[in-house]
Design a protein around this ligand. Structure first.
Ligand SMILES: Cc1cc2nc3c(=O)[nH]c(=O)nc-3n(C[C@H](O)[C@H](O)[C@H](O)COP(=O)(O)OP(=O)(O)OC[C@H]3O[C@@H](n4cnc5c(N)ncnc54)[C@H](O)[C@@H]3O)c2cc1C
Length: 231
């Protein structure tokens, strides 16, 4: 990075991305080993909708594709406050849970939740929402129902750190894309210099997109350099 900076390029601050997130809240680290699909969003920084992906609770926090793919929201250096990362657990939307709780009767709320979520997570979410574990659907108060719906579908994830470059799959930040010709990958600041891959300020979600970026820009840069040498 220092080398490209010395050649006149703008280097946006770098940071670990696609890295697990950590928490100091024991309620969540106690769930270590639990896994399920979860939807993590951080509006307005990420789209309001992203498909649920695998999430794994670890003894340090949150891992799996869902956590890795949103980790840059936490790890990217910024001047202002970070947006909250909101979790929706499992497959059900808010309206589905509302209908499930509206049934009433002596069935315990925990029983309804266990049909959709791992038991340990269901109990942790009841605790998070301040709802007694033995509460029945008929006894569920309006305020308890509201906080439980929030815990189930838009729970601010209590992230306190990230696992850094030690576990990161990619580096965020890097050389400003506006300073590179996107066809030849030649520097607009230093003609004859071709840049590709992770040194550039771009990365994608897990799933092969970063290999693809490295290979595609590497090929374009190679062809661009050959064209320059032979033209
Ligand atoms: C654990 C892990 C798992 C990953 N899994 C995936 C995945 O499943 N799918 C996916 O798409 N991406 C994945 N990635 C990301 C992907 O590997 C990178 O985005 C990609 O390899 C970047 O390619 P690159 O050529 O830009 O950089 P690199 O692959 O880092 O290559 C840079 C090379 O430059 C060399 N180098 C550095 N400094 C110098 C120097 N001064 N002189 C000479 N040589 C130097 C380095 O030794 C290195 O060989 C993963 C990354 C990690 C760390």
């Amino acid at each position: 990075m220092r080398l490209v900076e010395s050649l006149g390029h703008t280097v946006h601050p770098t940071y670990p991305a696609l890295t697990p997130l950590t928490t100091s809240v024991a309620r969540w680290t106690n769930l270590s080993g639990v896994s399920l699909d979860a939807q993590l969003t951080a509006p307005p920084e990420t789209p309001r909708y992203s498909p649920p992906q695998g999430l794994l609770f670890t003894h340090r926090g949150f891992s799996g594709p869902a956590a890795l793919n949103i980790s840059h929201v936490f790890s990217r250096p910024r001047a202002g406050p970070r947006p909250a990362i909101l979790a929706r657990w499992g497959a059900l939307e808010r309206g589905d849970w509302e209908r499930a709780f509206n049934v009433g009767g002596r069935t315990q709320v925990a029983t309804v939740m266990r049909r959709e979520l791992p038991e340990r997570l269901a109990l942790a979410l009841l605790e998070e929402a301040g709802v007694p574990a033995d509460r029945s659907l008929a006894q569920l108060r309006r305020d308890e129902r509201a906080s439980l719906l929030t815990a189930l579908t838009a729970m601010p994830l209590p992230v306190t750190g990230d696992e850094g470059y030690h576990k990161a799959e990619v580096t965020g930040g890097g050389v400003a894309l506006s300073e590179i010709d996107p066809v030849t990958m030649e520097s607009r600041r230093t003609p004859g210099l071709f840049l590709c891959g992770e040194v550039l300020d771009a990365f994608g979600p897990i799933g092969g997109f970063n290999f693809h970026w490295a290979w595609a820009t590497g090929r374009a840069a190679g062809l661009g350099a050959r064209r320059r040498l032979t033209s």
